[in-house]
Design a protein around this ligand. Structure first.
Ligand code: HEC
Length: 511
């Protein structure tokens, strides 16, 4: 299986590159005609909402962009409950459960309206905000867009029987919205001066949430039995149509991150996530149980690749806490050495190649864990100068603000650079090597991975979605297309509408 996933990734990259070139080729040598102005003006609306479904298909509430960002900074709560949970001191594996619960409780009232009482949801009134420039990828009912796709082989222990695509969306609280105001406000047009001025740095107490849904259902993944669903109007997962259809997606992961320099003085962030547990008591919100929390990447712990956090044979971590009673499906995709990562996050590759000490590349037989919430997020920078997973990358090709990892094809134990035929695998750095550890460094959010970029303070929604979306839409600096950004999360099957029609690479026997 899986070889075709990377093929799709690559095809998408080429597709987008061609699209960019075509635009340039089509550029009329003469000044644009007046009639070209109208569609262009529409395209340039940073806050546009996607066109609604026909009322014959759906007539309920629709997504509305919340972009009336606070003009002046909003102070976080003076004595926030999460700080009480960590006793006013450091977050530790001993208090992380209480800390995660405090964050969940803090956002509960608003999130219950968003999740379960959508007609009553008004994000702006509730003080939650969206980033601009995602219109081309959002669906119109809830404003979700494709996160990742996973084949069923990613979840061998929990009985996923069909490949799935995930759909996500992001809300910033009124404190975190200072970054949206700082880099986008009020025009939504040029984030670069704000970024350069340090305005992509989140204020203390910022909270950002990200609910994630999957096209899997209880029928294809029994762990989702009884879970809540949302209707979305999006291109179907099975490739049966390239047009959007009304479909239900299942709520299964909910991320909450907070900037807390007291609990987490090194990275200044705490990343937490909740997952659906059908066996937990209570209503749907109660059944969203903590999977865990992390506040650093444990740079000093060199976890053996292949250790199993479910069996519990990985070296102990002191900057990740995993809930011992979290459901197995959510633990089978934990990150490197059991560092926090959720079932929506793609920290494991089931068909990887690894760069050896002598520089040669060999296929890796097994599940290769190579990321974590904060490993991936610390790569947020502008312009992007590194891929978000630990692989040597080529960035800025074709003038795009994106990076491609190193791809190889392997015959037996020998891998050679991918030349366009065969099954490409990502060649990762060897876990624990100095190069690999660059992704597990505990950098402060002010320090970019690369010396030639400005750090985006762990903020991926802007670095990987909104900013490239802006450039793609304005054509000012052709830095890629928002459609392909989902490629960077796990291994997309057909993340964009255009990709559904991609020919599938032939199945290859496994090593
Ligand atoms: C392999 C990379 C990767 C991993 C692992 C990952 N994320 Fe993300 N995350 C992203 C990308 C890319 C985005 C932006 C996509 C979007 O707009 O939805 C994002 C967006 C987010 C956001 C919205 C705020 C922002 O950064 O702009 C939150 C919150 C978030 N992730 C939390 C988490 C948590 C919690 C985990 C671990 C449980 C996690 N992420 C793991 C790549 C990753």
């Amino acid at each position: 299986m899986s070889s075709r996933l990377l093929m799709t990734t690559l095809s998408l990259t080429l597709f987008v590159a061609c699209e960019g070139e075509k635009q340039n080729d089509n550029k009329p040598p003469e000044p644009p005609k007046p009639e070209a102005v109208k569609p262009e003006a529409k395209k340039l609306d940073p806050w546009a909402v996607p066109p609604p479904p026909p009322t014959s298909v759906y007539s309920g509430p629709l997504f509305a962009m919340s972009h009336d960002y606070p003009k002046t900074p909003v102070a976080p709560p003076a004595d926030p409950p999460w700080r009480k949970a960590s006793g006013g001191g450091l977050i530790t594996t001993a208090n992380a459960a209480a800390y995660t619960q405090a964050l969940k409780d803090y956002v509960a009232a608003d999130m219950k309206v968003l999740l379960y009482d959508y007609p009553a949801w008004n994000a702006g009134t509730a003080g939650w905000y969206n980033a601009p420039w995602l219109t081309s990828v959002r669906e119109p009912i809830h404003g979700t867009y494709v996160g990742s796709s996973f084949t069923k082989e990613y979840f061998p222990l929990s009985g996923l029987t069909a490949d799935m695509t995930t759909h996500v969306l992001v809300y910033y609280d009124d404190v975190a919205a200072a970054v949206l105001q700082g880099i986008w406000g009020p025009t939504g047009m040029d984030p670069v001066p704000g970024i350069k001025a340090g305005l992509a740095q989140y204020p203390e107490g910022s909270i950002i949430v990200k609910p994630a849904f999957t096209t899997a259902s209880a029928a294809t993944w029994p762990v989702l039995d009884g879970a809540m669903t949302w209707p979305i109007y999006a291109v179907p997962d099975d490739g049966s149509s390239t047009e959007p259809v009304l479909q239900n997606v299942t709520f299964f992961q909910f991320d909450i991150i907070v900037k807390d320099s007291v609990a987490s003085p090194t990275t200044q962030w705490v990343f937490t996530t909740l997952v659906y547990d059908k066996n937990a008591p209570g209503d749907n919100w109660d059944k969203m149980v903590p999977l865990g929390a992390m506040w650093g990447d444990d740079p000093s712990v060199v976890s053996p690749q292949g250790c199993d956090p479910i069996k519990g044979d990985c070296p102990a971590l002191s900057e990740t806490w995993i809930n011992p009673v979290a459901p197995v499906y959510a633990k089978e995709t934990l990150g490197w050495g059991g560092r926090l990562s959720g079932p929506n996050d793609g920290s494991v590759d089931i068909n990887a190649a690894v760069i050896q000490a002598d520089g040669s590349v060999k296929p890796y037989n097994g599940r290769y864990a190579m990321s974590s919430c904060m490993s991936c997020h610390q790569s947020a920078e502008y312009p992007l100068q590194t891929f978000l997973l630990p692989s040597p990358s080529v960035c800025g090709q074709g003038g795009q603000d994106s990076c491609t990892p190193t791809l190889v094809t392997c015959e037996g134990e020998t891998c050679t650079p991918f030349t366009g035929t065969g099954n490409p695998l990502v060649a990762y750095y060897d876990s624990g090597s100095a190069d690999y550890m660059q992704w597990f460094m505990n950098r402060p959010g002010t320090q970019a991975m690369s010396s030639t970029a400005t750090a985006m303070d762990y903020g991926m929604n802007n670095a990987f979605k909104a900013i490239p979306g802006w450039v793609a839409a304005t054509g000012g600096k052709p830095v890629g297309h928002a459609h392909k950004l989902s490629d960077y999360r796990g291994h997309p099957k057909h993340a964009a509408a255009g990709a559904a029609a991609q020919p599938k690479a032939p199945e290859q026997p496994k090593q």
